[in-house]
Design a protein around this ligand. Structure first.
Ligand code: RIB
Ligand code: CA
Length: 310
């Protein structure tokens, strides 16, 4: 079976780290490059985190630093969830890996323009890098097979009542991406909040007892603690890896095509993904939105992929 070629654009971040773990080893995925954006923490920290994760797991994929600021709004980070480093908890050996000298936006443009149009762009952080690439070279829109993003929600947000972090952290960037006419799958909080990493899940993964599972356990120790402190849940919602799990096995999600518009005008609802589930407006469908998740299958995919490591 042909591998799915992806560029993973992310802001590691504990759940981004699990997405990298899945994409880095699964035989169905060809991870071409990892592009990094400011999001959960500042760019210097999210780049460092990506290098630590890939070095520690032996994922030999180039890492590219990208945009350090959103396109318009003031930068926000999520230190309450991911800590001062953006990946608090795990302790890594001395970092030797370096990021590539090429800027992530230039890498995205160059790779897509040189491609046969068979690359999926997965974003699990604010969409600044992809939006800037679309603005610098609009021709990449016809070269992107599809965008699969973790972001938004048709229900409540997690930063404001209206908006989810990856979108509200750079709503203008999301607007550029959602209006580019590229096939898109949106994995929002509506399904990611059903993939709660309860203690029994952590115990299940700990039994694998290899480098990847140990990292998973260390990541979840911090991530689940801060999610409980913030939201009161007994398990942290493992948002980002659901995008990769969906590529590995599309049956893990039920999606529905609909019109999705990003609110960049209002104050209270800035960064909201307005999902027209019932087609009230009769507008063109712009994204497949995840409506349900097979949680059992998702955790099976996590376990299967952690077992691929030594
Ligand atoms: O709202 C959750 C999303 O914001 C996840 O991607 C998390 O890593 C943060 O980037
Ligand atoms: Ca993320």
């Amino acid at each position: 079976m042909e591998k799915i070629k992806i560029i993973l654009d992310c802001d590691p971040g504990h759940d981004d780290a699990v997405a990298i773990t899945l994409a880095g080893k699964n035989p169905a995925i060809e991870l071409l490059g990892i592009t990094i954006v400011s999001g959960n923490q500042t760019l210097d920290k999210t780049v460092r985190n990506a290098l630590n994760i890939t070095q520690h797991l032996g994922i030999d994929v180039p890492v590219y630093g990208g945009c350090c600021e959103p396109m318009v709004r003031k930068k926000i980070v999520a230190r309450d969830i991911h800590g001062e480093s953006g990946l608090d908890g795990p302790v890594f050996p001395p970092l030797e890996r370096k990021a590539e000298p090429e800027h992530a936006v230039n890498y995205i443009i160059r790779t897509l323009m040189e491609s046969d149009g068979d690359i999926t762009v997965v974003t699990t952080g604010p969409m600044t890098n992809l939006a800037m690439a679309l603005r610098m070279e609009p021709k990449i829109a016809e070269k992107i097979k599809q965008i699969v993003l973790m972001g938004g929600s048709y229900g409540n947000g997690n930063v404001t009542p209206a908006a989810e972090f990856n979108i509200v952290a750079d709503a203008e960037a999301a607007y550029v991406c959602f209006t580019a006419g590229v096939p898109m799958t949106m994995v929002g909080l509506d399904v990611t909040r059903r993939a709660l990493c309860y203690p029994k899940i952590v115990e299940r993964m700990a039994k694998i007892n290899n480098r990847a599972s140990k990292l998973f356990v260390d990541l979840m120790a911090h991530f689940c603690k801060t999610q409980k402190e913030t939201f009161g849940w007994e398990g942290g919602p493992l948002h980002d890896p659901i995008t990769i799990a969906y590529l590995i096995d599309p049956s893990v999600l039920k999606v529905k095509p609909m019109n999705v518009r990003i609110d960049i005008r209002s104050s209270d609802s800035y960064g909201r993904t307005n999902c027209d589930i019932f087609d009230y407006l009769g507008l063109p469908h712009t994204a497949d939105v995840a409506m349900d998740i097979d949680v059992e299958r998702f955790w099976d995919i996590i376990e299967e992929n952690l077992r691929l490591y030594d």
